[in-house]
Write a protein that binds this ligand. Structure first.
Ligand SMILES: CC(C)(COP(=O)(O)OP(=O)(O)OC[C@H]1O[C@@H](n2cnc3c(N)ncnc32)[C@H](O)[C@@H]1OP(=O)(O)O)[C@@H](O)C(=O)NCCC(=O)NCCS
Length: 223
């Protein structure tokens, strides 16, 4: 099999998780990391190092035959900004999905590009996942869910059927979302929440049952 040379953008703990998943995908050879906040040459995952920053991408792609990769930044808003920057600097960069081999994904689910689908995640029949989403370890996205671009579900999140999660919205660790619930864009569901009512856009909800605890605006921090 002809391996594709790729990079991971972002070398934090989340970047390491993505690198680990990619090490189980034989179609890819991870060349290293791109990170604006670390020195070139910094070791990040085994022998893999930071190769440069986003501005270095066009030269790196040419020199190392790098075809693309994935942005591994946990904050949904910052991830979207970095994707936009790469699209402008390196239009040929092809965003890939990092999917752990233990993830169970229905053949009838639709998955965009640039997504992270971590170990033991389940994506059930009829689910539609946009681009650059995170479906983290052991998360369960049930049948006919919709996740819009840049949305994320943390480890052990469970949704019922026909849930929708709006663009940039983060559902935090261990939260449970009742079937049929719609969560608007740019919202934040706190750790361990049990969401029983529709969640409006640009809001923070947590608790059991989850209640609205605040308002958000685009670019507010997620964690
Ligand atoms: C929801 C959340 C963003 C709120 O953060 P915050 O606004 O900084 O809230 P604070 O830490 O100031 O806490 C305010 C109060 O709400 C409570 N609270 C905070 N998060 C809560 C939650 N998820 N469930 C219930 N109560 C919560 C705190 O105990 C505190 O109560 P107190 O005033 O009686 O002491 C955050 O607590 C959270 O759940 N983050 C998710 C983290 C996560 O999933 N990480 C893993 C990513 S892989």
């Amino acid at each position: 099999m002809q391996q594709k040379n790729i990079v991971v953008i972002g070398s934090s703990g989340h970047g390491k998780v993505v690198a680990d998943i990619l090490s189980h995908m034989p179609e890819y050879r991870l060349a290293g990391f791109i990170d604006t906040n670390k020195e070139k040459g910094t070791r990040c995952f085994g022998a893999l190092t930071v190769l440069g920053n986003e501005a270095d991408l066009p030269a790196l792609m040419a020199a190392q035959q790098i075809s693309g990769g994935i942005v591994a930044i946990g904050d949904n808003w910052i991830r979207s900004q970095v994707v936009a920057k790469i699209q402008a600097i390196a239009p040929a960069f092809a965003f890939i999905n990092a999917i752990h081999p233990s993830a169970v994904i229905s053949d009838t689910a639709s998955i965009g590009t640039g997504n992270l689908i971590a170990a033991n995640a389940v994506i059930n029949t009829g689910a539609v996942i946009g681009h650059h989403c995170i479906i983290n370890t052991m998360a369960c996205i049930e049948h006919d869910n919709r996740m819009d671009d840049y949305a994320s579900v943390a480890p052990r999140v469970v949704t019922g059927g026909n849930v929708s999660i709006g663009a940039y919205t983060a559902v935090s660790i261990g939260a449970v979302v009742k079937h049929g619930i719609s969560i608007g864009e740019q919202s934040l569901i706190g750790a361990g929440a049990v969401v029983l009512k529709p969640v409006d856009a640009f809001s923070t909800w947590y608790g059991v049952p989850a209640r609205k605890m605040g308002e958000r605006k685009a670019g507010d921090k997620y964690l």
